[in-house]
Design a protein. Sequence first.
Lengths: 586, 248, 126
Amino acid sequence: MATLSNIPAYEHDVLVIGGGAAGLRAAIAVAESHPSLSVAVLSKVYPMRSHTVSAEGGAAAVIKSNDSLDDHIDDTISGSDWLADQDAVEEFVQEATPELIQLERWGCPWSREPDGTVAVRPFGGMKIQRTWFAADKVGFHLLHTLFQTSLKLPSIKRYDEWFATTLLTDDGRCQGAAALELRSGTLAAIAAKAVILCTGGAGRVFPFTTNGAIKTGDGMALAYRAGVPLKDMEFVQYHPTGLPGTGILITEAARGEGGIMVNKDGYRYLQDYGMGPPDPWPRLRGMELGPRDKLSQAFVHEMRKGRTLKGPYGDFVHLDIRHLGEEKIDRKIPFVRELARRYVGIDPVRDPIPVRPVAHYMMGGVHTDKHGATTLPGLYAAGEAACVSINGANRLGSNSLTECLVFGTRAGKGAAAFALEHKRVNRPAAEARTRDEAQRLTRDLIQNDNGNERIATLRTEMTTAMEMGAGIYRDEGQLRRTCDELAALRERFSRIRLDDRTRGFNTELTGALELDFMLDVASTVAYSALARTESRGSHQRTDHPKRDDARFLKHTLAFRTGGEPRIEYLDVVITRWPAGERVYGR
Amino acid sequence: MADQTITLEIFRYRAEQDSEPTFQRYDVPYRDDWVVLDAINYIKDRLDGTLSYRWSCRMGVCGSCGMMINGVPKLSCAAFLKEYFPNPIRVEPLANFPVERDLVIVMDDFIEKLGHVKPWLIREDMPPLEQGEFRQTPAQLDVYKQFSMCINCMLCYAACPVYGLEPAFLGPAAIALAQRYNLDSRDQGNAQRQAVLTSEDGIWDCTLVGECTVVCPAHVDPAGAIQRAKVTATVNWYRDVLLPWGKR
Amino acid sequence: MSRPYYRPMPGTWWLTNRAYFLFMVRELTSVFIAIYLVLLLILINRIAAGPDAYRAYVTLLASPGMLAFHLIALAGALYHSITWFSLAPRGLAVRLGERRVPDAIIAGSNFAAWVVATLVIAWIVL
């Protein structure tokens, strides 16, 4: 078929954008259930660089005889401060165990009990141990297992280091994406009958984050610009134990194995915030194994009381694992020791680790149903990029990797079924749209001469505004200032100037595209937070400190307009767990 | 303390405008907790947006940021400026790979070789998931665990003179990955991987220089993986020749 | 456009760092050992050729040049043996029950066996 001048075009049945746990799992699900379908995995980095790789602690699923599906569901729903959709959580928990066993069958090196069965460890907010682990590099092992397994399936075609810049839609359906091949700098049309967004979260809109460089909310922005709402964007999880300055993650598993958190007086301060008593310890769902939102909020209170320690990168507290002993540390959490020694120069066997809350995970994302389908036919989403929602207002640690697998599979199967029923894609329209997009990139970015703004300057100002207004505690005044700042940055973005005007492997261009996406995503966070005048889970308003189920037991939907996002609300699905009080400690 | 700087000499190559690479010098602020990656990010953000390089996690687990730093293959997120200060630091793309641009190498060959060793669990039977996990004791996990830690950073290929002289060599990481599966008690694919490992340009190209293990940031010991593969291959060869009726 | 740049390894690659240099020295010891082997074969041939031929060859072997060569070859053989035994644990992963036998023991037992064999041969010859 003839293509328009110099727009290369490719066609697949299913296009997966993002090559992390969710993306690879989705592609494998398509390839195994329908080997005749051609499935493409398109990622701006080689798949083994995906941010899944940095997850440390574990993945949750019911496996031990003292556990039950209802217990996992209950922990997840109360952990979510009742914003999770309960029908989705029920199905998620049911499918969690088979997914993790499937990973084991594919070779994932889960840590074991002496009798050879899979081992579990305690994790935050869970009343029974159900977190499967692989030392403290679970994400690394999970990702490499999935990537290596994907290599045996011939129907999976990979587009490594291709950057999707816009979705292609026609006839009310998503029909692929325009993507930049980094190597050549050429924009191509990738037509597909179904598209799955698995591009992860957007921690990089904040200045201190556990997230790597690539977490810029690309897929969220792609869906948003195609008319799909972003859901619950105001709910941003701060992980309580990141290293000051770099934000590097120190896994919750350090606390699961018995680590404690103390302020400058050596006092286990969490007992003052409803998570006590301090003993017995370790104890599930109490003290340092409370939910992440409450732990991060406790830090802010301690800081305001002047009880935190001060360092070159701001305030911090101590995570003390000395009492675990060297043998246990080297066996169960060796990576924690390595990271502490390398990046803060302390050996946690001898000294406590300086930690503070850092932005870590977006509970919000592309609005999907419990099968991964968005409101745009043919477009699916899974993983951190999506919001089903099973995490509601606060995610429990170790639910995220399992979520990638369960919903990656669901989205893959849904997309495959859609592709089988919708055989035609409009190639000429795809190519024409891609040609327009190529012109936009050249005109508005590469050759843009109407200004002098640097990417890094705008990016730093964005992250500063987000930290000020959309941090752990928010109020109307700060949020309004942040919204205005983001609008100003959006305007200044049109006057951006690139140093790099070449085509081949232009990472300044991709940096600009990522900033473009981040400004969209950041504004949905800020405006959604402004509209939610209550406090729930990780969204805390000092001017509205109480939870308000009557008005806000609903999901926030942010739709793109010409100016500020349009906010609507969607009821939470309640089945067997009426909204109650979150109780930890006792 | 406030205004100390350090110089980075960085390899530059852009196909569209350069026929030959050059080196460009940049002065960046010196901070004692900065790594080379921080300095490079500073250059790209503030001084020269045209510098291209790969990075992501900045904590030594994604394997993106391998570079030659003063001639030694390292992860730029794990090489601290204070190890070099006040001397200038020379930064080049990983050795033994073609250079796409600046500090970005072409890694197609590496990716192909990873796939070549069949790096997935091979089994004749796959019981239904309802039967639960395969049993594997901590001791059985320990047998292959080290070889499963590879982050695919390719520092070992940059350190291996055999790969530099003979690009067809399978290479340390690919062989270590093959061993990871060969030694996994759940795997039954040794025979299938043997052909690849003992082929021309397989394990026998290795002359045990040992630098791959020295530079590996994940303590995989690929040199060990290769030598053990040689022992296994030799034993298998003798067994197949002397006891052909025992072939499975 | 994509036009990768190739950086071929120079012939002097093994002079660029210490590890590569020591590796080449280790490999080059094989040359000396091969020459020694030839001299040994000639010795055997000379023994078969009769007492005069044997005595003439032994006189040749006692010359300063030959002594120097043999000293260098001995040093090379020692270096080769030491590096070889040190690397033995790389190829041998011996497990006793749950634990892996430490590298030091595998290397150590190789060295010990070498010393014992040397002593036995010395006793026989001397």
